[in-house]
Design a protein around this ligand. Structure first.
Ligand SMILES: [Cu+2]
Length: 120
């Protein structure tokens, strides 16, 4: 076997492992079922990142930002027309009452970090 053939095989194997790892990782983000209210920590992203809420009911999301990154200062719920500033180490309550089933994402003001709300 020539070195370039070995290289092709190695690169191929690495790519396969990466694809597996990528999709396994995605599956790992299981939705946290919420009824009523939930605390969401804002630090390097949103934690929990994926939540599920019941349709037609009001759910309160309590955001607490402990990350000084200015990027996370604002949270935007495009589908719900909500845009809020999250002061450091302060609880900010955001209420949503989704009236249709589906998946809705929210993000920081620059659309870099994302969270997901599954309405079911
Ligand atoms: Cu941002």
């Amino acid at each position: 076997m020539t070195p370039d053939k070995i290289l092709v095989i190695v690169v191929g194997l690495v790519a396969i492992v990466f694809v597996y790892w990528f999709f396994m990782n995605k599956k790992d983000k299981k939705a946290v079922a919420v009824s009523g209210s939930i605390d969401i920590k804002v630090e390097g992203g949103y934690n929990p990142e994926v939540i599920s809420v019941p349709v037609g009911k009001t759910t309160t999301l309590n955001f607490t930002r402990t990350d000084p990154t200015g990027c996370l200062e604002e949270v935007v719920f495009g589908d719900f027309n909500i845009r809020k500033i999250l002061p450091l180490n302060q609880k900010v309550f955001i209420q949503i009452t989704p009236n249709k089933i589906g998946e809705f994402t929210y993000s920081c003001g620059m659309n870099m970090y994302h969270g997901k709300i599954i309405v079911e």
